[in-house]
Ligand binder design. Structure first.
Ligand SMILES: Cc1cc2nc3c(=O)[nH]c(=O)nc-3n(C[C@H](O)[C@H](O)[C@H](O)COP(=O)(O)O)c2cc1C
Length: 312
């Protein structure tokens, strides 16, 4: 049997297939629907220091090949997450990655310290890339100096594995990735959603209460795949791929581009069996191609890997 064990910093997963933040709540909501037994890890809904009620409805609208969401980081807040949600998630028997978002480096540090000291938390994802909250002219996700401060604050607060979730909505993702690596991130999640909108012609209004939302699903896949390719070729920390993954073929493309693990999100709404199907599909692919471990799969489409495999 091929070995699908995947390591991201100190996080060891039985497979490279993770569940993306915000698409499975805190986990238990999907008990009996998703097969957690094969899942690598669950990334819980992003939490903030204080509870957030999120944006005005409608918050979801379908579009060609995808979904627009403008949830606005609705969450129970740090206190209730620590008191209830985390314990419930840990009972699922799958590593829990806690996603957190602060409004300043200090807040990121506070959140990382609070979730980092809990045994139930296997790793932390720092979400700097939600497009549906405040809309600053110069968002942190495009600003290497701000990213340095955020990652440094979180790094000083915890020794748990830290992944920074980048945005595809930036012209220079490599500078941001580099800054995160230098400041001590153990991994990069590439990437979040892209801003978009639809108009409801009947109401003559934007379809989403927030006007714009984040585009996820199949339409996003080639965009984020290209970013994974770029980032994985530039940094030496692992990259976790996210964006429109729906089946084994999509997962193989992200892994071949250099992702060490992948996250499934929007696809779960149409097919909650997708993670289990992808794990099975990866096993079959590895068996058929005589690949024994994830190391042989990761980056297999990259020229540097091809030269390496052709000459050894
Ligand atoms: C309804 C919904 C809610 C989301 N909430 C969050 C969130 O709280 N934190 C976060 O980092 N990403 C959030 N995301 C982004 C996903 O985690 C994922 O990165 C993105 O949707 C791209 O992957 P996908 O096309 O497989 O969904 C959300 C996505 C959707 C569709």
């Amino acid at each position: 049997m091929p070995d699908l064990t995947t390591r991201i910093g100190n996080l060891t997963m039985r497979s490279p297939v993770m569940l993306a933040s915000g698409t499975v709540g805190y986990g238990p909501e999907y008990e009996g629907i998703i097969d957690f037994g094969v899942t690598g890890a669950i990334v819980t809904k992003t939490i903030t220091l204080k509870l957030r009620e999120g944006n005005a409805p409608p918050r979801l609208v379908e579009t060609h090949g995808g979904l627009l969401n403008a949830i606005g980081l609705e969450n129970v807040g740090l206190e209730r997450f620590l008191a209830e949600k985390l314990r419930e998630a840990a009972r699922l028997g799958v590593p829990v990655v806690a996603s957190v978002a602060g409004t300043s480096p200090e807040e990121f540090g506070q959140l990382a310290a609070a979730v980092g000291e809990r045994d139930e938390v296997a790793a932390i994802e720092l979400n700097i890339s939600c497009p549906n909250v405040e809309r600053p002219r110069n968002p942190v996700w495009s600003d290497p100096a701000a990213v340095t401060e955020i990652v440094s604050a979180a790094r000083a607060a915890t020794s748990k594995t830290l992944s920074l979730k980048l945005s595809p909505n930036t012209s220079d993702i490599l500078s941001v990735a580099e800054a995160a690596e230098r400041a001590g991130a153990d991994a990069l999640t590439v990437a979040n959603t892209l801003p978009g909108m639809r108009i409801d012609i009947k109401r003559r209004r934007p379809a989403l209460g927030n006007t714009t939302g984040g585009l996820s699903g199949a339409a996003l896949m080639p965009v984020n795949l290209a970013l994974v390719w770029k980032v994985a070729g530039h940094v030496s920390i692992p990259v976790i791929g996210s964006g429109g993954l729906a089946d084994t073929g999509d997962a193989l493309e992200f892994l071949a581009a250099g992702a060490a693990a992948v996250q499934v999100g929007t696809a779960l709404f149409a097919n909650p069996a997708a993670p289990a199907e992808i794990v099975k599909g990866l096993e079959t692919y590895m068996e058929e191609n005589n690949l024994a471990s994830m190391d042989e799969l990761i980056g297999m489409a990259r020229e540097e890997r091809r030269i390496c495999t052709e000459t050894t």
